[in-house]
Write a protein that binds this ligand. Sequence first.
Ligand SMILES: *Cc1c(COP(=O)(O)O)cnc(C)c1O
Length: 361
Amino acid sequence: MTNKINFSAGPAMLPHEVLLQAQQEMLDWNGSGLSVMEMSHRGKEFTSIAVEAEQNLREITDMPESYKVLFLQGGASAQFALVPLNLAGDNDLTNYINTGSWSKKAISEAQRLCEVNVVASTEATGFTSVPGQDELQLDADAAYLHYTPNETIGGVEFPYIPDAGSVPLVADMSSNILSKPLDISRFGLIYAGAQKNIGSAGLTVVIVRESLLGMASSKTPSMANYDIIAKAQSMYNTPPTYAIYIAGLVFKWIKNQGGLKVIEALNIKKSGKLYQCIDESGFYSNPVAINCRSRMNVPFTLANPELDIVFLQQVEQEAGMIALKGHRSVGGMRASIYNAMPEESIDTLISFMQEFERTHG
Ligand SMILES: *Cc1c(COP(=O)(O)O)cnc(C)c1O
């Protein structure tokens, strides 16, 4: 076991079984006599790893045939630019929903490349909720509607999938992909950096409806052109081979857990316990509207912020729990509890929190 309980928002903890298998296969993958890291990306061994990873992702998400999976680099942040480059011309109008820090980054990058209309924003109320469907002032001629289903920093998650009408829906799913079953047919494009719920850093997964490919302007760099990458089966250049291998192990792990329905039930239970602990205390609080509290990232503040440092020191030194410091823009604490976080570790955190409240509250 890794001997810390890691609540980092990302790179985040991985399932123990995945790390163990990677360790066992480190020096000799499947009798090949090679480490995955040393393999040619075009050789038969690595090709089989990449094909199986994609197959398992398709299987667990029940992905329609009409969607392509791209294994890219550059993180979700690169997608902030690649999405408009591929789906919108310079003068095209795009629609964005602004629900927090990551939405804002996506918006400011898009503003350099196309016309952006922010169709709803919760900034005035401190990003503690999401707009309802009836509040979205959508433009019927927009190239797409972009939103952030889970705001990793604010801990705000959409409880519904926006209806974008005839316009393709684009989602930055970096921090809640694979946390629940997903109706992919509702989306034109989904992207996610791998380091939260998919695997290790260095890989970005894009799932795109095939009919949206081939629209990028001729000046788009090949490395940024979804169509070129798709036609090359994500092997236009050297892909992040080891990160793809780890992602493949995680997809298989999800399958072995019983799939996304089982994962979702666990995530509801895990996050529910933690929110209950916060709500029942007179000491901890979470500002997010109950219907859109994130199941993945749980921010909370202490009644007395001067105790933040004491809490962080004790939680690490006495209980081995790390990376609970909240994002500087929100303050307090944040527990990121992705798929890999075992329920027992959340119980350990809750016990610590209750004891801390007893002794310091
Ligand atoms: C972490 C995160 C990002 C940034 O991801 P990188 O891979 O570091 O570029 C973007 N959006 C969301 C929702 C995130 O959680």
